[in-house]
Design a protein around this ligand. Structure first.
Ligand code: ADP
Ligand code: MG
Length: 249
């Protein structure tokens, strides 16, 4: 049994079958990549895992419990944290202020803004945020205006904000989309380090094959809403069915 078990998931948008009988098993502590051409249903699948969409049929079990029918914040509290395609940080806040938000959220159960002076008055939260920034190698950026950082640093902060909630499963939807090569490589190194050093499972949707083969130890290929193959990276590389799915894009 994987930490995440998806069975027979179907999702339609009107006449379009976005997901057709999707099965997926993600092993605890693995880095599992979900790849496939544009429009294959990758983001739809991810949305079904975090409660943003409800599958028409099928089951989604996380850590032995069903996520279906739960709200996104409830699923988040079960231990699933998600990084979106575009960074979701508060651009007007400093790096430190951003980092305090998930730490409050973990304590209070709600992800929301607090008055900055109230946040700074909570010694435990300040310490936890400082600690997390050190772990992310961002301590020197703590006072920086978040919006003015590079794309790679925004991503680093956002991933740190997810980790501050101590998730069991980190989900990422194309975390390197639109990034320059140097930022992409930094993000790869960061995710490798997180996977090596933490007791965490990572599921990553990714279009960039360099990222996929640098990180994943298991790969599911989605094509037209249905899993084509699930295998180890070395077997995916030479698989003619996978090539065909990509060439047909
Ligand atoms: P991917 O992330 O693999 O590129 P998506 O999951 O975003 O693919 O989309 C799968 C298919 O479902 C596409 O054809 C897309 O146009 C369609 N789709 C996605 N979301 C919606 C929606 N909310 N309403 C209607 N169609 C959608
Ligand atoms: Mg997508």
């Amino acid at each position: 049994m994987g930490i995440l078990e998806v069975k027979g998931v179907n999702k339609r948008f009107g006449g379009l079958q976005a997901l057709g009988n999707v099965n997926l098993s993600v092993k605890e502590n693995s880095v599992h990549a979900i790849i496939g051409p544009n429009g294959a249903g990758k983001s739809t699948l991810l949305n079904c895992l975090v409660g943003k969409l409800i599958p028409d049929t099928g089951s989604v079990m996380f850590d032995g419990q069903s996520v279906l029918g739960r709200k996104p914040h409830e699923i988040n509290q079960m231990g699933i944290s998600r990084v979106f395609q575009t960074p979701e940080i508060f651009g007007d806040l400093t790096v430190m202020e951003n980092m305090m938000i998930p730490i409050f959220a973990k304590r209070d159960g709600a992800f929301r803004m607090h008055a900055i002076e109230n946040m700074m008055a909570e010694k435990d939260v300040v310490e936890a945020a400082e600690h997390m920034l050190e772990e992310m190698n961002m301590a020197d950026k703590r006072g920086m205006h978040s919006a003015s950082m590079s794309r790679g640093d925004k991503r680093r902060l956002e991933i740190g904000m997810c980790l501050a909630q101590e998730p069991k499963l980190l989900l990422l939807d194309e975390p390197t989309a639109g990034m320059a090569r140097a930022d992409t490589n930094n993000t790869i190194d960061l995710l490798k380090q997180i996977s090596d050093e933490r007791d965490i499972t990572i599921a990553i949707i990714e279009h960039d094959m360099h990222v996929v083969f640098s990180l994943a130890n298991r790969i599911t290929v989605l094509a037209q809403g249905t899993p084509l193959v699930e295998d180890d990276p070395e077997n995916i590389k030479g698989n003619p069915k996978v090539r065909e799915a990509y060439l047909g894009e």
